[in-house]
Design a protein around this ligand. Structure first.
Ligand code: MN
Length: 292
């Protein structure tokens, strides 16, 4: 087993707003070298670092928009998000929970701060990750996997080191509840100060770690501060993360799909023709209807 070294430690890029409710650092595909091809199957990672939103009776968020060809994975660390789609589905992503939405053949949806959270105001802290689908699955029917925190796999680390919350894939013998179309792992390492965890993924998997809280040392040498992103090389399988203070680290690792990517806004397909088709299908109502 060889060490998986870090390829680059990336500072959070300047924020921009998605709608008026998501104040995000766009790491994938916004920052070199985190292109969609380099991070395959992870297409996009928007990180709303912890940010206080003042109380309001008019919830902030992003209005009706389509998606086709991939999955959106929303991870709420602080705050709550309400969503509604064009097929009548709705729900709330609670603090500590995850929504794994397979947009696949297409839907319209809107994402807002949950009403009571908006009314009280508070810290909002979340990740939205887009996961690509293989060509053969891009036009399957949409589906949801709401994953509450208590449904996640839990691996208790040695001593008082902390826990690994497994959302997808597995950590040692503990599996996450998410079903995925291609092999991948997604987990939160919640480490106490001084706590250490070892990770192992195939060298070909594209692998990264986002420090959501605290600060850590990777492989005993590389310091990764809060809100920074560590990209791993494809040179080995194993790495360690050691918390320098109480920390939360999101770990993502996936087998590349290695198919052509044609991406335009909320559509990620394999060819330009399929992108034009997506625009036409939205126009003709194939994505359903949703009021703002
Ligand atoms: Mn969306």
């Amino acid at each position: 087993m060889k060490i998986k070294n870090t390829e680059k430690i990336i500072s959070p890029p300047p924020v921009h707003f998605v709608g008026d409710g998501f104040r995000v650092h766009n790491f994938i595909p916004g920052v070199y070298p985190l292109t969609m091809a380099r991070m395959d199957p992870f297409l996009l990672l928007d990180y709303n670092s912890k940010y206080y939103f003042s109380p309001t009776d008019k919830p902030r968020g992003v209005g009706v928009h389509p998606h086709r060809g991939f999955e959106t994975v929303s991870i709420a660390y602080k705050g709550r998000i309400a969503h509604h789609d064009s097929f009548g589905n709705s729900g709330v992503i609670g603090e500590g929970d995850v929504q794994w939405m397979t947009a696949s053949s297409g839907l319209l949806h809107k994402e807002y701060h949950e009403k009571e959270f908006a009314r009280a105001g508070g810290d909002f802290h979340m990740v939205q990750l887009w996961v690509n689908l293989p060509a053969k699955d891009k036009m399957t029917p949409p589906k949801y996997q709401p994953i509450t925190n208590d449904q996640m796999g839990r691996y208790i680390l040695h001593g008082d080191d902390g826990i690994i919350e497994v959302i997808a894939g597995s950590y040692r013998d503990v599996k996450g509840p998410a079903s995925t179309f291609t092999p991948m792992a997604l987990m939160n390492a919640r480490l106490n100060a001084g706590g250490k965890a070892e990770f192992e993924f195939p060298s070909a998997y594209n692998t990264a770690a986002l420090v959501v809280e605290g600060s850590v040392l990777v492989n005993g040498t590389e310091k990764v501060p809060s809100d920074h992103f560590a990209l791993f090389s494809n040179d080995g399988e194993q790495f360690t993360i050691e918390a320098q203070e109480d920390s939360i680290v999101l770990i993502l690792s996936g087998e590349p799909i290695r198919e052509p990517i044609a991406a335009h806004g909320p559509f990620v397909m394999n060819t330009r023709t399929e992108i034009y088709q997506a625009f036409e299908d939205v126009e003709s109502g194939k994505f359903g209807h949703l009021e703002d």
